[in-house]
Design a protein around this ligand. Structure first.
Ligand SMILES: *Cc1c(COP(=O)(O)O)cnc(C)c1O
Length: 365
């Protein structure tokens, strides 16, 4: 049996550090917005190469609060990928703005900068590229376009902690980067957690206010904020895990390289395409399958875990029925949803599992 992901292995490797972190917080008597969050914010900003990091409750609210802090809302449009996890779209809807889908470069599943230009209208206020599966989006042309049109750019870095684009870290490539530390992400908390990275002093300050009921001074509320704070407990756990993020990503890279090599000539799946400027964080190892049912049957028979990221693109979800999306509207996103398949990859998976999985696929081919 090869599970898709076993989070117990991540805890087992860092048990001493994580237990110590949890004990420290429990004994401190201070559980919300304290020394651990402040220290994690500093450490994660340094890791990302940005001036600020603001700890928040989860990745969805990290995205949403940046849009709110930029005063984006009703009547505005935000460019989003047609092929992404629905949270990217939900953050835009929650702000009151309208998500405007743009089709991907079908090879990477990431936003296609040339198609973004064609989707801009006088209502467009921001572009929200996603580094899907841990593969950096092509940011330089997106930033150039945004600068020509006076638009904000927010990176969705939920799946790409530690990835690099042309040598630069994701989360430091635009006006802000929104992170999720959901347990399955490359650096995950033991619960929900999120953050925003930015060089913008005003944005960081406004996010600190928004996350805490719109208050900077206790019981003085300057705007109608929310409760979206990163817990001390989760911050302390993330501090225990941050020092190993790069090493754990290197293990993912080694597994991805092994898959890439082994999959050459295995006809029933197509290995992921990686542009030459990309250094992915390999959050997921996604292959394309012309006949996905056959591949999942083979994997099931070999007792190998697999998932589909994602089976229904946002424009076809019932949640977005009000936007009137129908099949055929976003053909590339639909093609990806119909053929994509994620194989197991994680820092704690033995390399031999890659061989077992590829052998099973080769026998079936
Ligand atoms: C996980 C994820 C989010 C949402 O993060 P949460 O912390 O679960 O709210 C947003 N965007 C993408 C691409 C994600 O993978």
């Amino acid at each position: 049996m090869i599970p898709f992901l076993d989070l117990r292995a991540a805890y087992a490797e860092l048990k001493e550090e994580i237990d110590a972190a949890m004990g420290r917080v429990a004994a401190s008597g201070w559980y919300v917005l304290g020394a651990e969050v402040a220290a994690f914010e500093q450490e994660f900003a340094a890791y990302s190469g940005t001036k600020h990091c603001v700890g928040l409750a989860n990745g969805l609210e990290a995205l949403e609060l940046v849009l709110r802090a930029w005063d984006i809302g009703a009547g505005d449009e935000v460019i989003v990928p047609s092929s992404t996890y629905i949270a990217t779209w939900l953050a835009v809807s929650a702000s009151g703005a309208r998500p405007v889908p743009v089709e991907p470069d079908v090879r990477t599943a990431n936003l296609d900068p040339e198609r973004v230009a064609a989707a801009l209208t006088p209502r467009t206020k921001a572009i929200l590229p996603v580094h899907l599966y841990g593969q950096p989006a092509d940011m330089d042309p997106i930033m150039a376009l945004a600068s020509r049109h006076g638009l904000k750019v927010l990176e969705d870095v939920a799946q790409a902690q530690g990835a690099r684009y042309k040598g630069r870290r994701t989360g430091a490539l635009a006006h802000a980067g929104a992170f999720s530390f959901f347990p399955t992400k490359n650096i995950g908390a033991l619960g929900d957690a999120g953050a925003v990275t930015t060089d913008d002093d005003r944005l960081a300050d406004r996010l600190r206010t928004l996350r805490n009921y719109g208050s900077k001074v206790k019981y003085v509320n300057i705007e109608a904020g929310v409760n979206s704070r990163l817990d001390e407990l989760q911050a302390a756990i993330l501090r225990a895990k941050l020092p190993v993020l790069d090493a754990w990503n290197d293990r993912r890279r080694a597994l991805a390289a092994r898959y890439q090599q082994a999959l050459v000539g295995v006809g029933i799946v197509e290995a992921p395409y990686v542009p030459q400027w990309a250094d992915p964080a390999w959050h997921l190892f996604t292959v394309r399958c012309p006949n996905r049912r056959r591949v999942t049957e083979v994997l099931d028979a070999a007792k190998v875990g697999w998932l589909i990221h994602y089976p229904i693109p946002p424009h076809l979800q019932q949640a977005y029925a009000s936007l009137g999306g129908k099949r055929g509207d976003q053909p590339l996103a639909e093609q990806i949803a119909d053929s994509i398949l994620s194989l197991p990859i994680s820092p704690h998976m033995p390399a031999a599992h890659v061989d077992t999985i590829v052998d099973a696929l080769r026998r079936a081919a």
